[in-house]
Design a protein around this ligand. Sequence first.
Ligand SMILES: Nc1ncnc2c1ncn2[C@@H]1O[C@H](COP(=O)(O)OP(=O)(O)O)[C@@H](O)[C@H]1O
Ligand SMILES: O=C(O)C[C@@H](O)[C@H](O)C(=O)COP(=O)(O)O
Length: 332
Amino acid sequence: MNIQFNSDREFDLIAIGRACIDLNAVEYNRPMEETMTFKKYVGGSPANIAIGSSKLGLKAGFIGKLADDQHGRFIEQYMRSLGVDTTNIVVDEEGHKTGLAFTEIKSPEECSILMYRDDVADLYLEPSEVSEDYIKKAKVLLVSGTALAKSPSREAVLKAVQLARKNDVKVIFELDYRGYTWQSLEETSVYYTLVAQQSDVVVGTRDEFDVMENVTEGNNETTIKQLFNYSPELVVIKHGVEGSYAYTKNGETFRGQAYLTKVLKTFGAGDSYASAFLYALISGKGIETALKYGSASAAIVVSKHSSSEAMPTVEEIEQLIAERTETADQLR
Ligand SMILES: Nc1ncnc2c1ncn2[C@@H]1O[C@H](COP(=O)(O)OP(=O)(O)O)[C@@H](O)[C@H]1O
Ligand SMILES: O=C(O)C[C@@H](O)[C@H](O)C(=O)COP(=O)(O)O
């Protein structure tokens, strides 16, 4: 099964949600208490995905609210310099600040993120700041789950989803669960379920689907059985280094292997995976190839220092896939 996208749209993908700052530990293999220097990058899952897909050649746009300060201006300039359309980014006029994510790299397996997200500008996006004229120019609206955590951003995103459905724009829901932004698991489950049921494609880790279903140790079969009663045509469930699965409404299952690599840190895997998976899907390469692109892109980013700046080109992704296919063939 192939997902059909509208071919006559100016934008391949418009992402909605947060654009923030990542401060990644420069000294690694130690706890953050002992980390004295951090390097600044643009961050925030949907911003990373817009940047990643733009680097791959998609025409990407972004809807979000930025702080009226040096960080907000840095984010806008960086995204624009990489070809992301920033004309629908709004500047906050009430003094709200940019979200910050400090990352700790204790070892390649033990990474964590310390987020500063009190009263952040991105969660103040108003429904009135979401334009139908803009959304209807896109093939895909990419929604980040974290943007549903608080009002008015929650209503802004719900409006964007309604407008996308009205205008035949495919809704791709990246669950992107960040626990501390939410009041309770009950609340998260309600909004995740609401948006997932209205989406065409839902992407998340197994743990994130458990949050959506408010269960512990859920399973993929139950998840897809429930979601395919509603709008989703494709559900992608990621299992870290174990790889990922894509399920289609008409009963196909595809498995994507992770490409093992020399890991520097594990964050950035999800966003780079999403950018390249969507690039391949929108370019009509099919689901099996899209899983390979997602895995290869993630393998490249986990071996590098950042999430956004490390996003690969198509050539890098294709080279990695070709090398690994050749090695696998030789071992056969
Ligand atoms: N250590 C790793 N080495 C290589 N690839 C990885 C690694 N961790 C994750 N990946 C790839 O990134 C994808 C997404 O990772 P996952 O950890 O499931 O998502 P998230 O980063 O959103 O939590 C995986 O399906 C896999 O292809
Ligand atoms: O999403 C954020 O606010 C932080 C990201 O910018 C950070 O790089 C990160 O956590 C990415 O992790 P991923 O979800 O594994 O791609």
